[in-house]
Design a protein around this ligand. Structure first.
Ligand code: 13P
Ligand code: SF4
Length: 315
């Protein structure tokens, strides 16, 4: 979509006037990534939300990310340009069901991926993201029994890596479960020497075929250090904008979905955010993210615990 140049100027004026920052996830469209003050994966964005001196955060991402920012900085105004920008993974874990899962499996430490609602975080002992999940699990005593939620693919991947006693909630992300192994392998055959890189939310067959598995920031650093020239990218294709910036002479091919007629490897929730909506939300300071103060108090504990461990490990 063509956006009037003045909208970018207006965004800059409003940001200064209101001491606001725009935080963007790598899955946002290139125009949004390019106007953001900070781009990152879920971990980096939560670290940034905790550290920023701004009075207002405009979150170009999905609701659970903006909620995490609000939980970490309750005194700040956190704006989400479209409140319907949800997450199928967060939706696959409802509070009452997860509470029952915890009650049915007593004595286990509850580790949850940040892709959850604030209510689920409030039920958790420690949070993690895809870039620190392994280290968070390994920071717990070796005999600790663990519940991991909500992503079954990330959970089973970490369970395999660590060999820990983990029971995994049966949730998933509709985007990462869409990749077609057959089409990915066909692309690899057609591009000799290419490497498959995958997010850990992908299903097991794709993870097994992958040359490298990592969070969005993990994938970015891999393509920078690896001598390969062609990469088949099994995660939301928004990340490819940064990959091309990092490595101009390399080729990045989005992994195809099972249904070749749909654009379903794009996260429809992430793509609900537009530059126009960012402008409007900055101007009118809404829709604002609000979280019940009691939930904030409980949900902040697992996130802060994760941030402390990550800081100690230099992540
Ligand atoms: P990252 O932790 O890599 O940012 O992933 C977030 C996400 O939503 C993946 O679908
Ligand atoms: Fe949620 Fe999947 Fe979209 Fe990430 S890609 S925000 S996990 S629906």
């Amino acid at each position: 979509m063509v956006v009037d140049k003045t909208i970018y100027e207006e965004i800059n004026i409003l940001k200064k006037k209101k001491n606001a920052v725009i935080l963007s996830h790598y899955y946002q469209t290139p125009d949004i990534q390019d106007i953001a003050d900070f781009i990152g994966d879920s971990l980096a964005l939560s670290q940034q939300a905790a550290a920023t001196k701004a009075d207002m955060i405009v979150f170009a991402g999905v609701v659970f990310m903006a909620e995490t920012a609000k939980i970490l900085s309750p005194q700040k105004k956190v704006i989400i340009p479209d409140p319907l920008a949800g997450c199928s993974l967060a939706d696959s874990c409802r509070k009452e069901d997860f509470q029952k899962f915890i009650d049915d499996n007593p004595g286990r430490t509850v580790v949850t991926y940040v892709n959850t609602t604030a209510d689920i975080k409030a039920l958790s002992d420690i949070a993690c993201t895809s870039s620190n999940a392994r280290q968070i699990i390994e920071s717990l005593p070796p005999d600790e029994k663990i519940i991991f939620g909500p992503d079954r693919n990330l959970g089973n991947y970490i369970k395999g890596l660590t060999g820990r006693d983990i029971i995994v909630w049966n949730g998933s992300c509709h985007v990462h479960e869409q990749f077609s192994l057959e089409a990915i392998l066909k692309l690899k055959r057609e591009n000799p020497g290419s490497k498959i890189i995958a997010h850990p939310e992908c299903e097991m067959p794709v993870r097994i075929a992958a040359d490298f598995i990592g969070s969005t920031s993990g994938l970015l650093s891999f393509i920078s250090r690896d001598p390969g020239k062609v990469f088949i990218v099994a995660t939301e294709p928004g990340i490819i904008h940064q990959m091309k910036k990092y490595q101009k002479d390399k080729l990045f091919i989005p992994a195809p979905p099972k249904d070749s007629t749909c654009g379903c490897s794009e996260c429809n929730f992430m793509k609900m955010i537009t530059v126009e909506k960012i402008y409007k939300s900055l101007k009118f300071e809404e829709p604002e993210i609000t979280v019940d103060p009691e939930i904030i108090e409980r949900a902040a504990l697992p996130i802060r615990r994760m941030l402390e461990i990550s800081a100690k490990l230099g992540l």
